[in-house]
Design a protein around this ligand. Sequence first.
Ligand code: R5P
Length: 311
Amino acid sequence: MAHDVTLFSGRANPALAADIARHLGVRPGRCTIDRFPDGESSVRLDEAVCGREVVLVQPTAPPVNDHLVELLALADACRRGVARRITAVIPYYGYARSDKRHNELEPIMGRVVADLLQSVGISHVVTMDLHTPQIEGFFRAPVDSLSAMESLCAAMRPRLPHDFVVVAPDAGRAVLAARYAQCLGAEVVVLHKRRTEDRVETVRVVGDVAGRSCLLIDDMISTGGTLAQAVAVLLGKGAKPDIVIAATHGLFIGPARERLDLPAIGAIFVTDTIAPTQRDWPKLHIVSVAPVFAHAVKRYVEATTGDRSLS
Ligand code: R5P
């Protein structure tokens, strides 16, 4: 048991937080989180944090604004309680897709979130598969940007067919697809998509998928539209109807399950960065990334304090 570290969880994914705590050998800290009648977040620490190394675990998953405010409130309580340092483990970083302006009248919410987190005393962030790596540059504080790739590849290997290609659903995922391909010893295919006002349209396929099985990768599944459309394009180009999907963050909003519950999709692998909502879906496999987060926290605490008591 580490003597100096207290880990608190917000309400977004307590199971993941408990798993990270178990891997670190620390007891989860006690706090009470609720909602005032008017909808405001009510957060209270139920133990002192003075002088302690604090780790807060909270993916800013839907409902994104509520979970973000909970995290800010937890951090502020720790800062005012004179915690020595505050690390935020944010397995899924909400607003990451707002990382640039598409026109001069839009905000950059990914940056706003980074400013808010630092304004309440968070001095270290641990996250996973950011939508774009440059979000790290929105922070002055150090950011550990982890990858789910090794965990997902290890889980998928037994399920992958013999002759498969790794497919990026758009140019933004081409680098990620190349990494998966290298990890798994496969070729890469890239789909190019164009966004119009109200829909996404795939315009070009770079690579050959005829008669091949496909592993389709992405950073996140939100409404499932991107991947459903990619599947349709791959099948249209003659890919085998045994497609495997891998994505780090499984949000599964609205029609996502319906869109992806296709006979041509054999399996879907996501991690537990977001609390699973579709456990009754036989083709969905949820891969734990708690050990990856625990390892990053342990490495940070050891490197910066010399404390080697974490397991
Ligand atoms: C887009 O750039 C992202 O990488 C994902 O492909 C996208 O956000 C997924 O959203 P949806 O599942 O709603 O298509």
